[in-house]
Design a protein around this ligand. Structure first.
Ligand SMILES: [Zn+2]
Length: 230
């Protein structure tokens, strides 16, 4: 009987954020230079501009149908930009054997109107991050790339090498607090991508064990960030 598979899948962790829109790397990447990151600056700037423009339009004498058509046009352009970024992730992943994209579980729905009109809305949580997740899944389907979700908890703080919760510095860096670990500081997005890739394997799902931890700084690290994503 011919075996169904003659090689193992390669989990590719994909972190979604604003600083880097997508950061992707496999679990056993020997050098961070082999990871793939798409800068989020352009999309963040476009979303900020969009919000200002819509506020001006809503205060203008333009009729609602005209404004709605303009918003739809701009939204389509944003989706196209997300799709283009997601394609680079899929192209990167297809260089590996049997790639599986591993993302965090995301339960939010993108609400562009909230971002455009709610003064308390946060750019990432209102639209960008959930839209980026959805578009990655849609584009991955075009590439016939499987996508799986793993638990998000502490993925932005856990050290990819030892599993201990580190501290966030300047919101872009994680410092490992385990003196026995070879990791000192690591770029947060790259670290998170590798943590997500690790969690693809059973038993590697969130190494953080509060009751077993010998590191008194863990709770302080949690309190500092609240466990929230950037
Ligand atoms: Zn570590």
């Amino acid at each position: 009987m011919i075996p169904m598979r003659d090689r193992e899948e390669t989990p590719i962790g994909v972190d979604v954020g604003e600083y880097n829109l997508y950061t992707a790397c496999p679990v056993d990447l020997p050098d961070w230079r082999g990871a793939h990151a798409v800068c989020g600056d352009d999309l963040c700037q476009r979303l900020d501009d969009f919000r200002r423009e819509v506020a001006a339009l809503l205060a203008s004498s333009y009729d609602r149908a005209t404004i709605a058509a303009y918003i739809q046009q701009r939204r389509d352009a944003l989706i196209a930009a997300l799709d283009a970024a997601a394609r680079t992730v899929c192209e990167y992943a297809t260089a590996y054997d049997d790639p599986v994209l591993v993302t965090e579980d995301s339960h939010y729905s993108p609400d562009l109107w909230a971002w455009l009109t709610d003064p308390d809305a946060h750019r990432g949580s209102a639209w960008l991050l959930s839209a980026a997740h959805l578009r990655l899944r849609a584009v991955a389907a075009e590439y016939r790339l499987p996508v799986t979700a793993v638990t998000e908890a502490y993925s932005t703080q856990e050290c990819h090498a030892c599993g201990v919760l580190g501290t966030r510095e300047l919101n872009t860096t994680v410092r490992c607090t385990n003196s026995n670990c070879h990791v000192d500081t690591v770029a947060a997005d790259f670290n998170a991508a590798k943590v997500l890739a690790r969690r693809y394997y059973p038993g590697r799902c969130c190494d953080y064990r509060p009751r077993e931890s010998a590191h008194s700084g863990d709770h302080q690290a949690l309190a500092a960030d609240g466990g929230l994503r950037d």
